[in-house]
Design a protein around this ligand. Sequence first.
Ligand SMILES: [Zn+2]
Ligand SMILES: [Zn+2]
Length: 184
Amino acid sequence: MRIDLAPFRVARQDGLERTQVFTLPAGPTPLGAGTDLHDVATVVAEVAGGPRGVRVGITANLDLRCPCARCLDDVPVALEVRYAEEWRLQGVRPAAGDPAGGADEDGWTVRRAIPRDDHLVEIDDGFWQNVALELPVKVLCAEGCRGLCPRCGANRNRSNCACRDEAVDPRLAALTDWRPESTR
Ligand SMILES: [Zn+2]
Ligand SMILES: [Zn+2]
């Protein structure tokens, strides 16, 4: 996804607005860890500004699938991602009456300075960082997910495996999750 800055570089003043729409294919995402896009997603970039700088507002609705933290089943996670960045465009001639290099004093909260030769600016890294921030810390298929059997790996939500169910003191139950294989 690349933002086209050319129209803003040549604009005579602020106030120019452009909308760019990107389509992300379904499939694996840079988030890794089994987090996939279940459906194609649309990312809308609304760019506003002029030769000194632009504000880039991003909006996207993502239909993700993430593995359950306990049983690893796919869990649908619908995310709305919304953020904005302000970029200062370097290497432009200051407007008449504008002191050279004074762009920072004009109310721009500069997140990023874009070199003069960059007309197409990649936003993928920032986009996926913002998606990661929106993801729940722990994804569960259900509050009461029973997870996988630590002995045979069977999904306990679907079947009771043949492993002998040892009575475990509930105060120690949390420990069974990381009991090493060798103790079977
Ligand atoms: Zn689960
Ligand atoms: Zn089992």
